[in-house]
Design a protein around this ligand. Sequence first.
Ligand code: PPE
Length: 308
Amino acid sequence: MVQQSEYIWFDGELVPWEQANVHVLTHALHYGTGVFEGIRAYECTDGSSEVFRLKEHMVRLLDSAKILGIKVPYSLEELVQATDETLKANKLKGAYVRPLVFVGDGAMGVHPGNNPIRVCIATWPWGAYLGDEALEKGIRVRCSSYTRHHVNVMMTKAKACGNYVNSVLAKTEAVADGYDEAILLDTTGHVAEGSGENIFMVKDEVLYTPHLSQVLGGLTRDSVIQLASDLGYEVREMAIGRDMLYTADEVFFTGTAAELTPIREIDRRQVGEGKAGDVTKALQTEFFKILKGENEDYEHWLHRYSVD
Ligand code: PPE
């Protein structure tokens, strides 16, 4: 169960959590016509708070909407402000932030017509996405029997609600089979991403990650690439086969919800030493310092706010 907070920002105003409801004929419920974001806010070491790369997340939300042909009735600045307002109203020093833009009720049928475009921003406290132990010890994953979207079947750059049926299928299959998460291969058979994460591998101190052609351009992925480069690691974006993962020294997932989660086993093969590797741990440590506002060099990624 989601831990409720007091308010949800809905169509321009803060409404009590239980009243943020929609009609059953909401277009997005039937056809997946919505786009969303996953954002995290962190309490910093100095007692202040920050939303990580808030503006970039909202830009991606607007881009996702554009890809689906949805006209968002709010500007980037208004969405940023609404996030601040919601976090403050809920007195949340740290939180998961879930903006959602969706086609509301009105006409039925595949064509969304002139149905209203509705926008909400929900915020709630959310701990480690794959469990507390996962961040430290790593998780067990399987390559999914489901393939990631083809670029001309679904719009892989849009964080569109309907796209996530593919993720749900992969994730539920993985969990039912006793794994923590799934790795999806793309339509060429190369490694794409997790159900809600991008993926990296390390071999001989070099980082590898699938190029962006068929995966979501994750902001955590982008942050880790920049951070790794700043720390002196070489990062190569290229096509990766699952066999490369099997023989990698380290593999890890990145995502707003998953943060930086090590993978210790893939398809019943131990990855490296079967625990978080040195490069993964080094990146994790530095990344969490940034998130907690402890590294001034990355202050430009932080949207500071205060609930007091
Ligand atoms: N790929 C997919 C498919 C994806 O959903 C996410 C985020 C990422 C990569 C990583 O992107 P970023 O968060 O910008 O680094 N998934 C969001 C939703 C997860 C969920 O279960 O819901 C998230 O991490 O918030």
